[in-house]
Design a protein around this ligand. Structure first.
Ligand code: DQA
Length: 139
């Protein structure tokens, strides 16, 4: 199986960005532990701060036969109709995930524009949300 983990804006700063909310672990640590835990899964990773690049990568994922996407769209979760449409346009299951529990934070984080286009939503488990998202896809 081939799974794409995708991160949106500011998630390149994991480890140093608001560690009280997002923890001290880096995405490299997270990917390393997922790769050693699931050696039989081909794990691809993409991060961008640019909305259009995330959309391009989703479309490419569909073309290259990716079996599922674990998507942390960051702040675009709450705003991006274009990402919603992109998720709907591809025939690849997408699981929306968040590191923090967005429901305990500011009101604007409670609404996800992309959730209705996704297979399901996981939030609040720290970097463990990526593992849970992956497990939701691989069954
Ligand atoms: C986030 C939550 C979003 O509200 C925020 O904009 C992020 C990170 C999370 O993983 O908890 O960038 O997606």
């Amino acid at each position: 199986m081939k799974i794409l983990i995708m991160n949106g804006p500011n998630l390149n700063l994991l480890g140093s960005r608001e560690p009280g909310i997002y923890g001290a672990g880096t995405m490299d640590d997270c990917l390393e532990s997922l790769r050693s835990r699931y050696p039989h899964i081909e794990l691809l990773y993409f991060q961008s701060n640019v909305e259009g690049f995330l959309i391009d990568r989703l479309q490419e994922a569909a073309r290259e036969g990716v079996d599922g996407v674990v998507l942390n769209a960051g702040a675009y979760t709450h705003t991006s109709v274009a990402l919603h449409d992109a998720i709907r346009s591809i025939h690849v299951p997408v699981v929306e995930i968040h590191i923090s529990n967005v429901h305990t934070r500011e009101d604007f984080r409670r609404h996800s524009v992309i959730a209705p286009a996704c297979r399901g939503v996981i939030c609040g488990f720290g970097l463990g949300s990526y593992r849970l998202g992956l497990e939701a896809l691989i069954g």
